[in-house]
Design a protein. Structure first.
Lengths: 191, 593
């Protein structure tokens, strides 16, 4: 009875059921496998979060993002600059109450060093509908090497509660397929 | 030599003085003249002081379940885009209150009642220092009311987790601190009662398995509350302006050493209750005391590492640190739960076969007392905790897979699977035994009570699954408006996400109905239930062997458990499939390193 003392004074001396032993061994081995698979994914997988991060004053980070946006701005959308950085360079993204700033335009199949941080509270970088979710902190500049593998228009949604305007906090990333664009151009010219 | 001369004299002195340190000299003689009654169903001696404390804590638990449950319903109805019940400020307020009331107040009040039951009642002992225990209770009530007051005033909508730099009113934190101090007193009374019972010889041999599980919960609670103190006290001082800065990343690391570990307290407590209900209702004995107790020990040794589950998408943390911690060191704590997941149904199958339901593979399960809400709630809790809460928890806590659902609705989906379908349902099931055994009242409206675990269980399972579904589609958590109608840069969630949120709302209504029936039955029984007197037959009978004094090992050894083996095989297959499906999803994401 589970509500009464065990028959043997020293419960460690009680025998173990065979079926229990088998199940515990299977569960233990499955645990070992899952543990090993996380390590293995660092070698065989293409999706591993970088630990590269720097301490930075929020105001200093804001200045860096401003400068970046000014330098590579190609147009404006509803007052927000759309920034197209050269392929393979450093890209800066800023979370603040309540927007992800600026809008980015990236190329498909090209790697970028994306810097993410915030100026005020914690925010969530949730790239949709791709569904990549990363936390962003004030004072920590997180650097991720990101390679878009699909083209189109993507939303950034904030998924860390950040006060009354949390549900209005969004951002945008455009991904263009450079090769496809060139093919389209040639086709258009040929006609 | 001076030490050889000194040493014996020291021992002599203590012997001569007759002042040996015992629980008596530490706690005092207050409870020595305790008043007992004998339970007519189990033959256990019940300390009347312990009984009153169990009653008070259980009633407080149900009150906060009612408050938190109503807030939860309003949250789910707001998330249902077609209803969108509350305005934004109210939504975030209700969500903060929902988390604190059900996750902290309901569960911890009930756990204190479980601790007193597992120590004083199951060990036939008086409770240590009942006045001290009442002080703890009062502190918990005051703390809970203070925090609720601050939340309702509307300036502390910082969510249950209260991540800085977002700041609540000082009394929000103070209420939580008072509540934690009160809970710590309850835990101390539990330990002292164990010592007293041992010294006064109120039981023979080792403590029962259920008490052992409760002891596991209490030990984890001590370091959980210590972690809470380390982070909440500085945060309180910060809100008073006495500390200028709290690092948000550091806060999150330490806060979750309380926040996640306290969920392990819940697991230990509700697994203990699974064993207790199985013992009382079908007369189940553990297959092997050694295996079940070792599984509880795994919780103590490894569950503390779980803080990392909340830090897998954070900047600056090393992958090796994440892998070791998030896996509870090679999944050894998960191993503990998987063992309980087999030994609990296994002990029920063995008991049912001994009770004569030995035909075929599943007669024991078909002919189980499904009409007894204690059993039905317990078994649903067991199945859903494993399939919904358990599997999703391992997937969510895998280093790389976390990026798929971090901070999406998948996270609340997962923990409603553990804390609602697991812990809350098990606590409700146990309440159907507490009412006749401790309150000594016959359960009113037994027909309503019969359907309650099913209504609540199915509703809660729906909440978990549909939130997990929405999260998989990218819907953010703690979010008022998934249409983004006020956002300057619009974004549209998929039609599937809207469907999920609607189904989540319907499930929440079902669960709320089940919750309401629970509260009505409990309150009705406590106030109007027929007093149970000598020779009374219960509407939901207990197993005749409920009062056996010593467990017997061995009879299970001769009984094969084909039903349990099949159940466990189904679970394992589901686990492995779901695990790899998520790796497939992950491999299709954009590349990042």
């Amino acid at each position: 009875m589970a509500i009464t003392p065990p028959k043997q004074r020293i419960w460690w001396n009680e025998p173990v059921e065979k079926v229990e032993l088998i199940w515990a061994s299977i569960a233990f081995l499955w645990g070992l496998f899952m543990f090993g698979f996380m390590i293995a994914w660092h070698f065989i997988g293409q999706q591993n979060l970088n630990k590269e991060a720097y301490r930075i004053a929020p105001s200093a980070y804001e200045a860096k993002v401003d400068e970046f946006a000014k330098k590579f701005k190609v147009r404006e959308e509803q007052g927000v600059p759309v920034v197209k950085p050269p392929a393979g360079t450093d890209v800066y993204l800023l979370g603040r109450l309540w927007q992800w700033w600026p809008i980015l335009e990236l190329e498909k199949g090209t790697s970028y060093r994306i810097h993410i941080s915030t100026v005020d509270w914690m925010h969530g970088f949730s790239l949709q509908p791709v569904n990549i979710n990363i936390s962003a902190y004030p004072g920590y500049e997180h650097v991720i090497t990101l390679t878009p593998t699909s083209a189109g228009e993507f939303g950034i949604v904030c998924n860390e509660y950040c006060g009354i305007g949390h549900h209005m906090m969004t951002g945008k990333i455009y991904v263009v397929d450079q090769k496809q664009a060139e093919v389209d151009q040639r086709l258009a010219a040929g006609r | 030599m001076w030490w050889t001369r000194n040493k014996p004299r020291l021992i002599n002195a203590s012997l001569r003085g007759g002042k040996v340190v015992t629980a008596e000299t530490v706690v005092g003689t207050i409870g020595k003249s305790a008043e007992f009654r004998t339970c007519q169903f189990t033959g256990l001696k019940v300390d009347v002081a312990a009984q009153s404390l169990i009653k008070a804590n259980a009633v407080a638990a149900v009150v906060f379940l009612l408050i938190g449950g109503l807030m939860g319903l309003s949250v789910a109805l707001t998330r249902w885009p077609a209803v969108h019940l509350l305005p934004a400020e109210w939504f975030y307020l209700a969500l903060t209150g929902h988390g604190t009331n059900v996750l902290l107040f309901w569960i911890i009040f009930f756990e204190i009642a479980v601790l007193y039951f597992a120590s004083a009642v199951l060990l036939n002992s008086r409770i240590a220092a009942p006045k001290f225990a009442w002080l703890g209770f009062i502190l918990m009530v005051v703390g809970a009311l203070l925090t609720n007051y601050e939340v309702l005033r509307g300036e502390s909508s910082v969510m249950f987790t209260s991540y800085p730099p977002m700041q609540a009113q000082p009394n929000f934190y103070l209420g939580l601190i008072l509540f934690a101090v009160g809970a710590l007193i309850g835990v101390a009374v539990f330990f002292a009662t164990l010592v007293i019972a041992k010294e006064e010889g109120s039981y023979q041999g080792s403590i029962p398995l259920v008490t052992f599980g409760a002891l596991t919960a209490a030990i984890i609670a001590v370091f959980t509350i210590a972690g809470g103190a380390v982070i909440l006290i500085p945060t309180w001082l910060w809100s008073l302006g006495l500390i200028s800065y709290i690092d948000p990343l550091l806060y999150k690391v330490v806060w979750w050493s309380m926040g996640h570990s306290s969920q392990q307290v819940n697991v230990s407590a509700h697994v203990s209750l699974w064993y207790m209900i199985a013992a009382l209702v079908v007369g189940a004995r553990p297959l092997s005391e050694k295996v079940s107790r070792t599984a509880f020990l795994m919780y103590i040794l490894f569950l503390q590492l779980a803080s990392a589950h909340h830090l897998l998408a954070e900047p600056g943390l090393d992958a090796s640190w994440k892998i070791v911690n998030a896996s509870y060191l090679m999944y050894l704590a998960v191993l503990g739960s998987m063992i309980h997941g087999m030994t609990v149904p296994g002990s029920i199958e063995a008991a049912q076969r001994r009770n004569g339901y030995n035909k075929g593979i599943f007669e024991w399960l078909r002919k189980a007392p499904w009409g007894n809400p204690a059993f039905a709630g317990m078994f649903l809790s067991l199945v859903m905790f494993g399939f919904i809460g358990g599997i999703s928890g391992v997937v969510l806590g895998t280093e790389q897979l976390n990026v798929l659902m971090h901070n999406t609705l998948y996270v609340p989906g997962h923990f409603h699977g553990t804390v609602v379908t697991g812990t809350t349902l098990a606590f409700m099931a146990a309440t159907y035994l507490v009412l006749p055994l401790i309150f000594q009242r016959e359960i009113v409206w037994p027909k309503l009570a019969k359907i309650q675990p099913y209504l609540f269980g199915i509703g809660a399972a729906g909440i978990s699954l549909f939130m997990m579904g929405a999260g998989t589609l990218g819907v953010p958590r703690r979010h008022w408006d998934i249409t983004f109608s006020d956002a300057p840069l619009p974004y549209a969630e998929s039609a599937g996400a809207f469907l999920m949120m609607g189904l989540n709302g319907v499930s929440a209504i079902l669960a709320a109905l089940g919750g309401a029936i629970f509260v009505i039955v409990v309150v009705g029984t406590v106030l109007f239930g027929k007093k149970i007197t000598g020779g009374h037959k219960l509407a939901f009978p207990l197993h005749a062997g409920g009062g056996a004094t010593v467990s017997h090992y061995g009879s299970e050894g001769t009984i094969k458990l084909p039903g349990t083996i099949i159940l466990v095989a189904v679970f394992f297959t589901a686990f492995v499939l779901y695990y790899f499906i998520n790796w497939k999803y992950l491999s299709e994401l954009w590349l990042f390193r």
